[in-house]
Design a protein around this ligand. Structure first.
Ligand SMILES: Nc1ncnc2c1ncn2[C@@H]1O[C@H](COP(=O)(O)OP(=O)(O)OP(=O)(O)O)[C@@H](O)[C@H]1O
Ligand SMILES: CCCC(=O)O
Length: 357
């Protein structure tokens, strides 16, 4: 095994771009480039930030590689909102790049991941670049896609990268083959997705960006149809979209979207904050229960991950509802960088074939 062979991993977020070098054993070095809001505000759509982020990243990467004798064997970027597709490692194609760049299926910071990986790969003389389990990836079972209205399909936009990697780790911890394990997994961050992972595949998940599932720190989740209809007739489409995907949830009720700030309000005696927090936990618990039932109550565990899983108070409150269902695991934060690196190495080492978009 050549430990000088490096995969470069890129994960663009709304205000930062993470970059890391991995060899086959694990993380070698990482860096988070933080972007000033005033710099980002100059751009209309997120992919308009491409050149700005690319220049910054190129310099960071040069600094990380300089004089260390590494050989870059692959570059992988987090895949964004593209057409609905199966989970796995994808070769980044022109069609993929076009869909990510134009935001045909949605505008999201992670759309920059494939664009940045592709250009950096060219810069390093590599023919291929990769992405793993993009936001819209999942092996959703047919019956879960039926919405109740012909012509409206249920969307699958969540956190498959982190979910699958975390489920793999928990299966290892339980001594179960990942391919046989069944989990309900909840990624609780700025966005919230709750999924069933069965046999290493995401078989059902809500749309964390626009509808279904619980409300999140600043997104709406599932809301009554009549309310949506009234909203759509009262505002332009763009405003409705912004309201539901950026200005709803905790932020809309309480003016803050960090759970730690919600706790401060509760501690200060704010009754509304207490009620909205209770509703937040309640909705997440209900959704977890629904996914457990959808797996005929046979899940090997419920896994809670994402930034909100750092909160002991939240975890205790949630466990009070769902801890009786099956084993309960908490895995705070996320494993996205590691998942990207492992997915790329599996293809580079010929253990898995790259999927075509
Ligand atoms: N110690 C903590 N206690 C309570 N909440 C926390 C704590 N640490 C982080 N959070 C919450 O985690 C959220 C951020 O989670 P995370 O970092 O996973 O989000 P993100 O990466 O911005 O979005 P996403 O996970 O949707 O990609 C914040 O809204 C904050 O409320
Ligand atoms: C849509 C899934 C990723 C996010 O929460 O932004």
């Amino acid at each position: 095994m050549n430990s000088n062979e490096i995969v470069v991993v890129i994960n663009p977020g709304s205000t930062s771009t993470k970059i890391a070098l991995y060899n086959r054993v694990g993380l070698v070095e990482d860096f988070v480039a933080r972007h000033l809001q005033k710099d980002l505000d100059r751009y209309n759509r997120v992919t308009d930030q491409f050149e700005y982020r690319f220049e910054m990243l190129k310099d960071c990467l040069n600094g990380m590689l300089n004089g260390k004798g590494y050989s870059v064997v692959g570059i992988v970027g987090r895949g964004g909102i593209v057409k609905p597709l199966e989970g796995g490692t994808y070769r980044i194609s022109n069609e993929f790049l076009e869909d990510a760049r134009t935001g045909k299926y949605g505008d999201h910071a992670s759309n920059l991941g494939s664009l940045l990986a592709n250009k950096l790969a060219k810069h390093h003389g590599l023919d291929e670049s990769y992405t793993v389990d993009p936001v819209s990836a999942g092996n959703i079972i047919d019956k879960a896609q039926i919405s109740g209205v012909p012509g409206i399909e249920r969307n699958r936009r969540g956190h498959p990268l982190n979910m699958k990697m975390t489920a793999r780790k928990i299966a290892d911890r339980q001594g179960i083959a990942y391919e046989d394990a069944k989990y309900v997994i909840a990624h609780l961050g700025g966005g919230i997705s709750i999924a069933s992972v069965e046999g290493g595949k995401i078989t059902d998940v809500n749309d964390a960006l626009m509808g279904m599932g619980p409300f999140s720190p600043n997104r709406a989740g599932a809301i009554p149809t009549r309310g949506i209809m009234d909203l759509c007739y009262s505002k332009p489409r763009k405003e409705v979209e912004t309201l539901l995907s950026k200005n709803s949830g905790l932020k809309a009720y309480l003016g803050v979207d960090d759970l730690r700030d919600v706790f401060k309000l509760i501690e200060a005696g704010n009754e509304k904050a207490r009620l909205v927090y209770d509703a937040f936990v309640y909705q997440i618990a209900k959704e977890i229960g629904a996914y457990h039932t959808a797996m005929k109550c046979k899940a090997n565990g419920i896994i809670i991950t994402g930034g909100i899983a750092y909160s002991d108070r939240f975890i205790a409150d949630l466990k009070d509802y769902v801890g009786c269902l099956t084993e309960f695991f908490v895995y705070p934060g996320e494993n996205e960088m590691e998942a990207l690196a492992e997915g790329a190495f599996r293809v580079i080492d010929g253990k898995e074939l790259a999927l075509e978009y």
